[in-house]
Design a protein around this ligand. Structure first.
Ligand code: FAD
Length: 615
């Protein structure tokens, strides 16, 4: 029988990140997955990142994880979302070549020291008393390990639905994992059912691209990895089209045939990522919905039409898709479908992602009720690190809400649980002004170096970056300038005679590093990347105190009673979704409100301030 320190089940986004993290920690690791080619498969859209999600990828990268580097290699269109807003809420996103992503992930996994891959279906767990000690494969063989990480995604009792057709599957083309699901039942975890959907895939050669708007990537791409400095794949544009009144009518006329609307699915789906059926019903007044036609890669003609996921029968999918401009003659190469699967209530886990009642067992990814590659990978890295630490007999590592989006997600999951598939939003983070994508390395790479999961290349590049930043920051904090000196280079600063440091001047709107260079030529030696980073830091420094005060205020108000007839509907700034949630749950105190799944820090601040006005 083979023995390992850490055994990871599943080669999806959580699994690869967990296995790589454990291997980087220097422990003997094995990744057991149903198929070698299934490593790094993107089950749904060929894209990584986005709002909130891009932050997670940066944090994974800061800990020397694989997702960011490989997304950069596979990136065929890079866009920084929310570019016009502040850096705190900007989200790097990249359209990926699905095949390059997968090939690179397989290559990285095969090339990772201390990591072996075994192909097989895990059907049982080896137990020693209450402790998990390994797994049993479908051929009856057993593999022993000191700790086991389960990352089985949508595979546990997965059922695919297309119209009135339903069958068992982990995702299109893969069998479900039912025997392992039964084994998990025995632990007495609270299990639930969730669902998610995907759109039909289109043959790009049958799309009439003429007349469709093209959406190119950014001229200057924003990468995920702190180690990447150039694109590696050819860059392409996406197309844009829209649904129309006819599309909506076809969908409305066939709603009862949709698996979701025909009552054939019991699982709960993500409200913020609605199917086209959902959109047509929920936003009945909207005459059209946007569709991004996203290439799945450079060596395929397949197009992913982002925005029209569905579980309508195939013939209805063809009809409604062909009612859309540019898609009149389109060929569907794979129908859209919904999938329903088991998840484990993540409140059964502690913040290291180990199961509180089953020593040696860790869970990460979609199995914990989340959705998305990035959310899965971020949990994977935490579970992998902690499984390795356990195998080494060391204390676990915890990530906090104040240090990372990873910490926000794990705290949300393990304390509040989920009522729908959980995805990351920047609004979930109360410390979002300090948890920026641009400073993920400054927040986490040092932690990773201390833990032992960061390789030599990143250590060297991080140390050199920090050295440059500290030197330039030190200079800017030491140097002071009068408003007159500033005025001489064209800066309009209050004429109060006060001397201000370079960092303070940088915080003024419109002041850039190059303005400071005009006043002090010694700053000309500072590299452009360091300049940009200091500009961001300076702007946010002013707001961090306010952020801290607001958070302290909410904590102080935790015991504050919310009257039973409190009017959420009158409150400006509360989203309709939040009003519905709060009206339905009617929390009695601020502390209780904070524990409701999906309640954002901003909502807590608003209610807390309103209650203070009543006092
Ligand atoms: P997965 O990527 O599902 O990987 C699970 C891995 O476990 C696979 O490698 C599988 O082979 C392996 N495995 C399972 N059981 C066993 C076993 N018993 N033994 C050995 N190996 C096993 N996310 C979004 O963000 N937006 C979307 O719109 C979206 N739509 C989706 C639509 C569909 C139809 C599907 C299937 C997924 C969708 N997702 C979407 C979710 C996204 O694909 C997942 O969140 C992500 O892939 C989860 O990663 P994971 O590592 O947890 O699991």
């Amino acid at each position: 029988m083979k023995h390992f320190d850490v055994l990871v089940v599943g080669g999806g986004h959580a699994g690869v990140e967990a296995a790589h993290a454990a291997a980087r920690m220097g422990v003997d690791t094995v990744l057991v997955t149903m198929s070698q080619n299934g490593i790094g498969v993107m089950s749904c859209n060929p894209a990584i990142g986005g709002l909130g999600k891009g932050h997670l990828v940066r944090e994974i990268d800061a800990l020397d994880g694989v997702m960011g580097r490989i997304a950069d290699k596979a990136g065929i269109q890079f866009r920084l979302l929310n570019r016009r807003k502040g850096p705190a809420v900007q989200g790097p996103r990249a359209q990926s070549d699905r095949q390059i992503y997968q090939n690179e992930m397989i290559k990285a996994t095969k090339g990772q020291e201390n990591l072996e891959v075994i192909v097989g279906e895990v059907v049982d767990l080896v137990m020693e008393g209450p402790r998990v000690r390994g797994v049993v494969l479908d051929d009856g063989s057993a593999i022993r390990a000191k700790s086991v990480v389960l990352t089985t995604g949508t595979f546990l009792r997965g059922i695919i639905h297309i119209g009135d057709v339903s069958y068992s599957a982990g995702r299109m083309g893969d069998r479900s994992s039912d025997r392992l699901a039964k084994r998990i039942d025995d632990f007495g975890f609270s299990l639930g059912r969730l669902k998610t959907g995907t759109p039909p895939r289109l043959d790009g050669e049958t799309i009439n691209w003429e007349g469709l708007e093209a959406q190119p990537g950014d001229e200057s791409p924003t990468f995920f990895s702190f180690l990447t400095n150039a694109t590696q794949a050819r860059q392409v544009s996406c197309g844009i089209t829209h649904t129309n009144a006819q599309t909506h009518e076809i969908i409305r006329n066939n709603l009862t045939k949709s698996s979701m609307y025909g009552g054939r699915i019991e699982g709960v789906g993500p409200r913020y990522c609605p199917s086209i059926e959902d959109k047509v019903v929920r936003f009945a007044d909207k005459e059209s919905h946007l569709i991004f036609l996203e290439p799945e890669g450079l060596s395929t003609t397949t197009i992913y039409p982002n925005g029209i996921s569905t579980s309508l029968p195939e013939n209805v999918q063809i009809e409604y898709v062909r009612s859309i401009v540019g898609l009149e003659d389109v060929k569907i190469v794979q129908p859209g479908y919904a999938i329903e699967y088991d998840y484990v209530d993540p409140r059964a886990l502690n913040s290291s992602l180990s199961a509180s009642s089953v020593p040696g067992l860790y869970l990460a990814g979609q199995i914990n009720g989340t959705t998305g590659y990035e959310e899965a990978a971020a949990q994977g890295i935490v579970a992998g690190l902690n499984a390795a630490l356990e195998a080494q007999g060391k204390d676990s590592i915890q990530f906090s809400r104040a240090d990372s989006y990873i910490g926000v997600m794990i705290d949300d999951l393990t304390t509040r649980g989920v009522t729908e598939p959980y995805r990351m939003f920047t609004s979930r983070a109360e410390f979002r002004l300090s948890l920026r994508a641009d400073n993920a390395d400054q927040r986490l790479t040092g932690v990773g170096i201390d833990l032992g999961c960061v390789g030599q290349e990143r250590q060297a590049s991080y140390r050199s970056k920090i050295e440059k930043l500290e030197k330039a920051r030190g200079n800017l904090e030491y140097q002071t300038f009068t408003p007159k000196e500033a005025a001489r280079v064209g800066l309009k600063i209050n004429e109060d005679g006060e001397r201000r440091t370079g960092m303070q001047l940088l915080a003024f709107p419109g002041v850039s590093f190059s303005d400071l260079q005009k006043m002090d030529p010694s700053l000309e030696a500072v590299e452009i990347e360091t300049q940009k980073q200091l500009e961001k830091e300076a702007v946010y420094a002013n707001y961090l105190d306010r952020q801290k005060r607001e958070i302290e205020l909410v904590h102080k108000d935790e015991a504050q009673v919310i009257p039973g007839d409190f009017e959420y509907d009158d409150m400006d700034g509360l989203s309709n979704e939040m009003k519905t949630k709060l009206n339905a749950s009617r929390p009695r105190t601020i502390a209780q409100m904070a524990r409701i799944e999906g309640v954002t820090p901003a909502a807590l601040t608003l209610v807390s301030i309103k209650l203070r006005q009543f006092k």
